[in-house]
Design a protein around this ligand. Sequence first.
Ligand code: KG4
Ligand code: ZN
Length: 331
Amino acid sequence: MESSCDETAVAIVWDGRQVLANCIASQIDTHALYGGVVPEIASRMHVEAIDPLLDAALAEAHTTLAAVDAVAVTYGPGLVGALLTGVSWAKSLAYALGVPLVPVNHIEGHVSANYIAHPDLEPPFVCLVASGGHSHILNVTGYGEYRLLGQTNDDAAGEAFDKVARVLDIPYPGGPLLDKLAEEGDDQAYRFPHPHTQGKYDFSFSGLKTAVINQAHNLRQQGVAIDAKNFAASFRRSVVDMLVDKTVAACVDTGATRLAVAGGVAANALLRSELLRRGEKAGLQVFIPPKGLCTDNAAMIGSAGFYALMAGHVAALSLNAVPALRMMNCE
Ligand code: KG4
Ligand code: ZN
């Protein structure tokens, strides 16, 4: 069960790898009216969506609740009210069925999307996780075991996409539409700064975002029209180059042979093609999940939950939502 932000999702997963049902109710159309996620509305919409989604998932998987062995749920990071909706629901379901309740970290869920997409993939591998709230480079040393190689010092990559999209009058969530617009643009048309970070594999998107937004305002004040396609393409190029440069360097320096990617921003067309091109050039085997497994879904939570359960991670019914949850077992 996944409800950390603006997608309610219920999936039924077998053995951590096989998805029997993957149902999602997106709230994007509602939040788009406000230009971003309204937490209180998100929580209420999760409550309305959860039960029908469970029915749909059981029907899709041709199974019944009696066959459910465990209930895995995202308990953080995310919006507290949204998380609480899913956590309370999962607790009551696990209690009623008399099965274990498995707590899942949303970021670990994103990483696990790769286990579903690539049945032969096993740790160790390096994973770039880029979403609306997080940008990490992780060394996945085992199931549920990670070493943090790098992370953003400020904004997440998806957040930068969404905020720059806003100055181009692209509706929320801007990332996917900006990506589409960029496909038809010249990525050398505008010049944006390349931010420096202290950590070799760390990112910084806040300075780039501000520079891009300021440039848009300055051009408008001077009466110069912005070519939205070129602007989107140049910004996308800057973000993708930063993500790919650091990730490939982290792989090469740590002697990794396999590279995976996860999170909503992994649906970005240029990021996918550049990771593949530059990763393979560096001798890496590159794993990219289908776009539907990159953005929020519950199948990835089911997969992470399976490996957590195998490792004996079971929550008591006192489990609480942890909005600022960090990666577990992550040095
Ligand atoms: O992983 P996700 O679905 O939710 C979070 O855990 O945050 O990621 C959502 C983020 C949003 O910022 C969205 O704009 C971005 O991923 N995103 C994209 C693309 N598709 C989704 N960013 C760039 N290009 C895309 N194609
Ligand atoms: Zn996510």
